[in-house]
Design a protein around this ligand. Structure first.
Ligand code: NAD
Length: 453
């Protein structure tokens, strides 16, 4: 029986290993973590993260061939294949602070593997890491080698939170990078055989190590760039009377562009896009490519611009101040169907409004009040360093909002600012609201308000 151990029971380690276990009953999968509360939660009825379909998958194989444990060393020592899925946040201090990936967690995992291993291991980079990390990991592992053979593979994860289980069941592709040596190829083949239990062979791509590492950063940079591109257009739409949804539809019909990921919004969030682009920027700078670094930096600048543009729009529409005004924020996680609040644009929007002394009430069915308080108290980049434990709150019953009732109870003029273009603006205008929808033609009130910065 092949034994797999995954270090890191987070948003990636938990779901990916649960899917491997459910699809490969003959493989024993143990997910280990240094955080006891996290492991306890994985072993309970209240999993530490919310993902549609995750409960069912975990229940189907937990205790059969899927286990969660804090006994990191024991399970690493016993494993044939070790996935490392620890967090790789942006460095907050020292060389490369604010840009480079902090590999402290990765390095300590690698040193521990070197210490406790007694048999040959395949070590798989599941975390998103800078290109060339495998070289550093190899050095750590082989430095104290007791005649043990380590093969390092890069197998970046492309799941999206909110659809993780669906993505893992039917991935667009699985990417495996390895050394181009006979031992390297053998290791790639061993991992390929695990995925081949449910992923069609033509969807399993094998490359050299550096291509696999870089592809993950490149994929996230391209995805984020698309969002920043459409968000940049949304500002121009508002200035000219064009409608960003019509523009997106029209350009998305071009098969070279395609229709996905073209929704204008208040900006991208989540633990990956910003962190991975900053990391890419840093790598470009270190490789003497400042033009390339600046090109990608712009994707983040537009994202920051979009968030502050939204706050400015709210404040300027309400007579240039929200001081003492009651603002209800609906939704706090970085997107729907997740409780993850890491780098959510809601944090910047709320902080912007609080900075102007608004009275803010926040509601999200998947996020606890404690978590929101913690997020609003945190400094930039600190969010991924302390254990960002997000206990799942039981999903509140999704209710339809009665906008007429809401309107009746609000001071007039009553405003709705839609950062995701999800409300029926026309219906709300009929009730009497002044509605702002990102990238859509502005109604009379908003047009007359002072120009935004
Ligand atoms: P996470 O913070 O949810 O989970 C990481 C876990 O690793 C934590 O529970 C932490 O306690 C544990 N850990 C840290 N050091 C450890 C050690 N030495 N030994 C044992 N456990 C340790 O992070 P995540 O969202 O799962 O992301 C993990 C990696 O995957 C990151 O590199 C991220 O960029 C990448 N990734 C994330 C996503 C996503 O959607 N979240 C998608 C693709 C890739």
């Amino acid at each position: 029986m092949v034994k797999i151990c995954c270090i890191g029971a987070g948003y990636v380690g938990g779901p990916t290993m649960a899917v491997i276990a459910v699809k490969c009953p003959a493989i024993e999968v143990v997910v280990v973590d240094i955080s006891k509360p996290r492991i306890d939660a994985w072993n309970s009825d209240k999993l530490p993260i919310y993902e549609p379909g995750l409960d069912e998958v975990v229940k189907a194989c937990r205790g059969r061939n899927l286990f969660f444990s804090t006994d990191v060393e024991k399970h690493v020592a016993e494993a044939d294949i070790i996935f490392v899925s620890v967090n790789t946040p942006t460095k907050t201090r020292g060389l490369g602070a604010g840009k480079a990936a902090d590999l402290t967690y990765w390095e300590s995992a690698a040193r521990m593997i070197a210490d406790v291993s007694k048999s040959d291991k395949i070590v798989v980079e599941k975390s998103t890491v800078p290109v060339k990390t495998a070289e550093a990991i190899e050095k750590i592992l082989t430095h104290n080698s007791k005649g043990i053979n380590y093969q390092i593979l890069s197998n970046p994860e492309f799941l999206a939170e909110g659809t993780a289980i669906e993505d893992l069941f039917k991935p667009d592709r699985v990417l495996i990078g390895g050394r181009e040596t006979p031992e390297g190829r053998k290791a790639v083949q061993a991992l390929k055989e695990v995925y081949a239990h449910w992923v069609p062979e033509e969807n399993i791509i094998t490359t050299n190590l550096w291509s696999a590492e870089l592809s993950k950063l490149a994929a996230n940079a391209f995805l984020a760039q698309r969002i920043s591109s459409v968000n940049a257009m949304s500002a121009l739409c508002e200035a000219t009377g064009a409608n960003v949804s019509e523009v997106s539809y029209a350009i998305g019909k071009d098969s070279r562009i395609g229709p996905k990921f073209l929704n204008a919004s208040v900006g991208f969030g989540g633990s990956c896009f910003q962190k991975d682009i900053l990391n890419l920027v840093y790598i470009c700078e270190c490789n003497g490519l400042p033009e390339v670094a600046n090109y990608w930096k712009q994707v983040i600048k537009i994202n920051d611009y979009q968030k502050s543009r939204f706050v400015n729009r709210v404040v300027s529409s309400m007579f240039n101040t929200v001081s003492g005004k009651k603002v209800a924020i609906l939704g706090f996680a970085f997107k729907k169907d997740t409780g993850d609040t890491r780098e959510t644009p809601a944090i910047d929007v709320c902080k912007g409004l609080l900075g102007d002394k608004a009275h803010v009430s926040i509601y999200d069915p998947e996020v606890t009040e404690d978590q929101i308080q913690r997020d609003l108290a945190m400094n930039k980049f600190d969010w991924d360093h302390p254990m960002h434990l997000q206990p799942t709150s039981p999903s509140a019953i999704k209710q339809e909002l009665d906008y007429q009732k809401i309107f009746d109870n609000m001071q007039k003029p009553a405003f709705v600012f839609d950062g995701r273009n999800v409300v029926d603006a026309e219906k709300l205008r009929e009730i009497g609201f002044i509605v702002y929808s990102i990238g859509k033609p502005l109604d009379g009130w908003l047009k007359d308000m002072p120009a935004i910065a």
